[in-house]
Write a protein that binds this ligand. Structure first.
Ligand SMILES: [Mn+2]
Length: 469
């Protein structure tokens, strides 16, 4: 938790932005895994609740009454029964004080507050809920059916939260730097453990353990797979095989829930083949080019398409693509190889604020998402970059057998893709390289003091040195 002034100031700014009405911020509850008392561990607070109140306990709701300039933390103190099992925790009144909130009240008061506001026909703002228990709570409080809550959520509140959370403050950047240090430990652990004969699950589990040892948890379930062509490939019980590549996409959350998100792809036996190097060097060039061109004022969408064009040029040199580069990218032919966007915002959520709606987070009046074109529809961010934004830079090249068969059968983009050559890559897998980028005053920089090895020579040296150990 930051200093309480941080939260007081964030709420002041929020009131200024939303202007009128009453705001409800629902904190998360414990989520049962296989029976009520066996929750998913660790408890994860809602990120917007954390942003405005900083309190990492279940069962809380923050109420901000803008019209009467009154803030209340709602929640029940834990009972003696719970103290026996979980230990003593601060009272709701004490927690309110820590967040700089003047008033506190038990949960049954929330219904009274809501009914009064409804009777007075005041605007009640809430964010789109994503957990079912919260949807039921909103249904009970406001009478809005869970299926309608997405559209009944407050656009004014969404826009205000996006405005505030998009630009990272100095203290938030320090947290993100801490997350990057844990990310470095996670990825170098994976590289050290990678060798033929070990299961994917073993390495994946160790990587996840590093995140839990140094921070709160992983920022998303660890991806560690020899099937790098599957975007979110879970670690399996398959053993690592010499000659194949393995892709590790993993990140940590600090104790204060700020994230890291990195991806590395490397050979199981520590040495790239010529064919692997040819594809790898294209992804590497794309990854490095992002850092050259991303800066305040530039549209992230333009950075994305610049990378798509560079990738297309290089794939043409290899004989995997053909035709006019601009026309190929316009037609979306590059999405055969790169079916996702170049990157996304990152902060307290790894896909920052995704629960508020991708269109509101990544786009604005000037830039609209293209939801019709395969590949481009996965671009989560398009708008102009600003100082203090944090985005991921994650180009990739994938050879997805089912997608190759699908496009080949329909003839989709056949004027830009050399299907005969592509057939010979069906056993290749996929490559992604990902780092987290802070937009600075006049450019950008990677987060993290030490780069996780990603140049092929650095990877081979690192793996050779650690194989001996
Ligand atoms: Mn990512």
């Amino acid at each position: 938790m930051f200093n309480k002034e941080t939260y007081v100031q964030r709420r002041e700014e929020l009131k200024h932005l939303v202007k009128e009405g009453i705001i409800l911020f629902f904190g998360n509850n414990e989520a049962p895994c296989n029976f009520p008392a066996n929750g998913y561990y660790p408890f994860r607070q809602d990120s917007s609740f954390l942003y405005y109140f900083g309190l990492n306990r279940d069962g809380l709701v923050g109420v901000i009454d803008i019209d009467n300039n009154q803030e209340t933390l709602i929640g029940d103190d834990i009972s003696i029964d719970d103290i026996v099992w979980y230990g003593t925790v601060d009272s709701v009144h004490e927690m309110a004080e820590q967040a700089g909130v003047k008033n506190s009240a038990p949960m049954d008061q929330l219904k009274t507050i809501c009914q009064k506001a409804l009777a007075e026909k005041r605007k009640i703002h809430f964010l789109p809920p994503y957990r079912y228990d919260i949807k039921l709570q909103i249904f009970d409080l406001l009478g809005i059916h869970p299926n309608q809550q997405g559209e009944e959520a407050s656009l004014d509140l969404i826009h205000a939260v996006v405005t505030q959370r998009s630009t990272k403050s100095h203290e938030e950047i320090e947290e993100l730097e801490r997350a990057a240090v844990i990310g470095y430990q996670m990825h170098t652990t994976a590289m050290r453990l990678t060798r033929p004969g070990v299961t994917e699950k073993f390495v994946g589990g160790q990587v996840t353990g590093v995140a839990e040892s140094y921070g709160a948890m992983v920022s998303f379930p660890t991806i560690y797979s020899q099937h790098g062509e599957t975007m979110h490939g879970n670690p399996s019980m398959n053993k690592l095989e010499s000659g194949r590549l393995v892709l590790c996409d993993a990140g940590a959350e600090t104790i204060n829930n700020y994230c890291s998100d990195n991806t590395r792809t490397y050979p199981v036996n520590g040495e790239f083949t010529q064919r692997q190097l040819e594809i790898y060097s294209i992804v590497e060039a794309c990854h490095d080019y992002t850092i050259k061109i991303a800066k305040p004022g530039v549209k992230w969408m333009d950075v994305h398409f610049a990378i798509c064009k560079l990738m297309t040029e290089r794939l043409k040199e290899l004989g995997l693509m053909k035709g006019d580069t601009d026309a190929a990218v316009k037609a979306g032919a590059h999405a055969m190889f790169l079916p996702h966007g170049l990157g996304h915002m990152m902060g307290m959520d790894v896909h920052d604020m995704e629960s508020l709606g991708q269109t509101y987070v990544g786009f604005d009046e000037e830039t609209r998402p293209n939801l019709k074109q395969f590949g481009t529809n996965c671009l989560r961010m398009g708008r102009r970059l600003k100082e203090g934004f944090v985005v991921t830079d994650e180009p990739g090249i994938y050879f997805i057998p089912a997608l190759i068969d699908d496009w080949k059968a329909s003839g989709h983009c056949k004027e830009f893709i050399n299907f005969d050559k592509l057939e010979t890559y069906k056993d290749f897998g996929g490559i992604r390289i990902e780092d987290d980028v802070l937009i600075t005053k006049d450019g950008c920089r990677f987060l993290g003091k030490k780069r996780i090895p990603y140049h092929p020579k650095d990877i081979e040296t690192f793996m050779a040195e650690n194989a001996k150990a």
